[in-house]
Design a protein around this ligand. Structure first.
Ligand code: SF4
Length: 196
């Protein structure tokens, strides 16, 4: 099995501070990955999450992220909020609506969000592209990194940062920090099929 944490550790050898377009799905998942990555990269967050239903829930997660950025008070970390379009996104997921969480629907959902990040990142000349989604126990890090590898071939001018943020106690640190911060914490993954 691939050791994505080993890949991630290689960033400690990077020279300078490359630019990183970082897909972030919500406030609570971003807490530890942002602190960790900020040591090595010039970060721009890409909030593209049209999977989240309903819109009120989308806003709660976006606002939790903004609240955390306010706490960090680091003007070097920038935020781009991509347009929200649940209807269009759902049209892509619908064929897999009866799949269990973690299956084909989620594979597609990771890919849609990661590909949008790659497209933007390549167009705007970022050095690296990544997603924090692997911090969550609900997300399949193998799928995420396979998709990253595939997209790196399709968008050759931007590098993919392999990662499994939950490893090396990442998930424990993230949970501990979240207890102190008390940010809004969702109780389902995002799409309407994950509410049931
Ligand atoms: S359960 Fe989560 S990852 Fe899976 S399709 Fe729904 S929103 Fe996307």
């Amino acid at each position: 099995m691939n050791n994505y944490q080993k890949h991630l550790k290689q960033i400690q050898e990077l020279k300078g501070r490359p630019t990183l377009l970082l897909h972030v799905c919500c406030g609570v998942c971003s807490v530890y990955p942002l602190i960790y990555l900020n040591k090595y990269f010039d970060i721009t967050i890409f909030f593209y999450n049209s999977n989240i239903y309903p819109y009120d829930e989308y806003l709660k997660r976006l606002n939790a992220l903004k609240e955390y950025l306010n706490i960090l008070n680091n003007p070097d970390i920038k935020l781009i909020v991509a347009p929200y379009d649940y209807e269009k996104y759902d049209a892509e997921l619908k064929e897999f609506k009866d799949e269990k969480e973690g299956g084909k629907r989620c594979y597609k959902c990771y890919k849609l969000r990661m590909e949008e990040t790659f497209k933007y990142g390549e167009k705007h000349h970022y050095d690296y592209c990544a997603t924090i989604m692997s911090i969550s126990n609900r997300k399949n890090a193998l799928y995420i990194n396979e998709i990253g590898e595939e997209l790196q071939k399709k968008y050759p001018h931007i590098k993919y940062l392999y990662a499994d943020f939950k490893k090396a106690d990442g998930i424990i640190i993230n949970e501990r920090m979240n207890k102190e911060l008390n940010l809004y914490h969702q109780n389902y993954c995002g799409c309407k099929y994950s509410i049931r």
